[in-house]
Ligand binder design. Structure first.
Ligand code: ZN
Length: 147
């Protein structure tokens, strides 16, 4: 059995967009504001219209006010009116690829419950998940609409 092509994620072919998102995520990481944790994170989300949203973590002296890179990236696209996402790439300098935190999983699930996620590190390690596996039972708009 051969490994899937690097541009194939979750059974979908993204071609060179995966490499593009890797570069954008690491560029965003360079802008991270992480004076407290020193844990820099960059994220790049590909939208279904082909646009890309980038984000970095933005910490705060009031620790809970800090924002994760994933949510900043979602906000970047949402502020452009984009609501449908196809792929998320997370970049860190950790030893092992890190999944999104619980809050980010919930925010991502609002727009793309089965979002393919790639997490990469400086050292070249990589992990891939579907958001549906990381957060199988999100609180969804369904529960608010009494559908
Ligand atoms: Zn998070």
């Amino acid at each position: 059995m051969t490994a899937p092509a690097r541009g194939t994620v979750g059974g979908r072919e993204f071609g060179t967009r995966v490499e593009e998102l890797r570069g954008i995520a690491f560029s965003a990481l360079e802008q991270a504001y992480a004076p407290y944790s020193s844990f820099r994170v960059g994220a790049a989300i590909l939208a279904d219209d082909g646009s890309v949203g980038a984000g970095c973590n933005v910490e705060n002296a009031s620790y809970p006010a800090g924002m994760c890179a994933e949510r900043v990236a979602v906000g970047t696209l949402a502020s452009r009116g984009v609501r449908r996402f196809d792929l998320l790439v997370i970049a860190t300098e950790a030893d092992s690829p890190t999944p999104p935190c619980g809050i980010c999983r919930q925010v991502l699930a609002e727009f793309a419950p089965a979002l393919p996620i790639i997490s990469i590190t400086r050292s070249g390690a990589e992990a891939r998940w579907s958001l549906a596996d990381l957060l199988p039972s999100p609180f969804s708009p369904h529960f608010l609409h009494h559908a």
